[in-house]
Design a protein around this ligand. Structure first.
Ligand code: RET
Length: 254
């Protein structure tokens, strides 16, 4: 049944849970997009791109949650629910999330380009390799593609923790602490995706695995996109205040 889950097999209670979770995801993306876009002017110009990218990530997700929600509701009568929207969403938003994290650091161009040239292709590869396993009902297929997708996943973590760690030493302590928290947030939320993916392998079957996966992916999306974007905004404000006393006085009152 190739990536298509038959929604008619859900109980009414399960249907409502997924319905509400998807609706919650949509509301979070909508609110965060508006908030981030109207806040771009509240940081110094060199940090604005990071905020704009963060708002664009939630805007792309807003569109996809609307499509996912629509497809889920339509599937109540037609049956089939397609998981491809999520993977298209991730294919666009995961590289952008990494770009926004690199952009807010305002690193020298060589460091920035080197990080981007590693992180962006690796993140796209991670999503593309995960998809064949996501849409398969066979445990072996899920494990093989999941395993392949884990290689770029681990590589991304290596780049973020080892290579980025070196440039953290050059940041002021308060900023370095915020960036440290950003990385913890990233690993804690990104880790939810492979766990949700593995639910069918871990013994959850049919509708239970479907409901668990929708909750896991949606909650992780809200944390990885909205909370992450808002943390980027906080870092941009901190760095703006460090860079400019006038800004600090006007924005933070210090
Ligand atoms: C897959 C397949 C199984 C193995 C791994 C995966 C990792 C997925 C990740 C997704 C992150 C998505 C984000 C979306 C938010 O915008 C593809 C589930 C490792 C890490 C951050």
């Amino acid at each position: 049944m190739n990536g298509i889950f038959d929604v008619k097999t859900l109980t009414d209670g399960q249907f409502d849970v997924v319905y509400n979770v998807l609706s919650f995801g949509f509301a979070c993306m909508l609110a965060t997009t508006i908030y981030l876009y109207i806040s771009t002017g509240r940081v110094l110009p060199k940090y604005r791109q990071a905020i704009t990218i963060s708002g664009t990530v939630t805007l792309i997700a807003l569109y996809h949650y609307w499509r996912i929600f629509d497809s889920f509701v339509a599937a109540e009568s037609e049956g089939s629910f397609n998981e491809a929207y999520r993977y298209v969403d991730w294919l666009l938003t995961v590289p952008l999330l990494l770009l926004e994290a690199v952009a807010v650091l305002a690193l020298p161009a060589v460091n920035r380009k080197s990080l981007i040239s590693k992180l962006v292709p690796a993140s796209a590869l991670m999503i593309v390799l995960g998809y064949p396993g996501e849409i398969s009902d066979m445990t072996s297929t899920k494990l093989i593609w999941g395993g392949l997708s884990t290689i770029p996943f681990l590589y991304i973590l290596y780049v973020l923790f080892v290579e980025l760690g070196k440039s953290l030493e050059k940041q002021p302590p308060e900023v370095a602490a915020s960036i440290g928290r950003l990385r913890i947030l990233l690993i804690a939320t990104w880790g939810v995706y492979p766990i949700s993916y593995l639910l069918p392998v871990l013994g959850f079957t049919g509708p239970d695995a479907f409901v668990g996966r929708q909750i896991g992916y949606t909650v992780a999306d809200v944390l990885a996109k909205c909370l992450f974007g808002l943390t980027i905004y906080k870092i941009a404000k901190l760095k703006s205040a460090q860079d400019s006393p006038e800004y600090a006085k006007a924005e933070i009152g210090e």
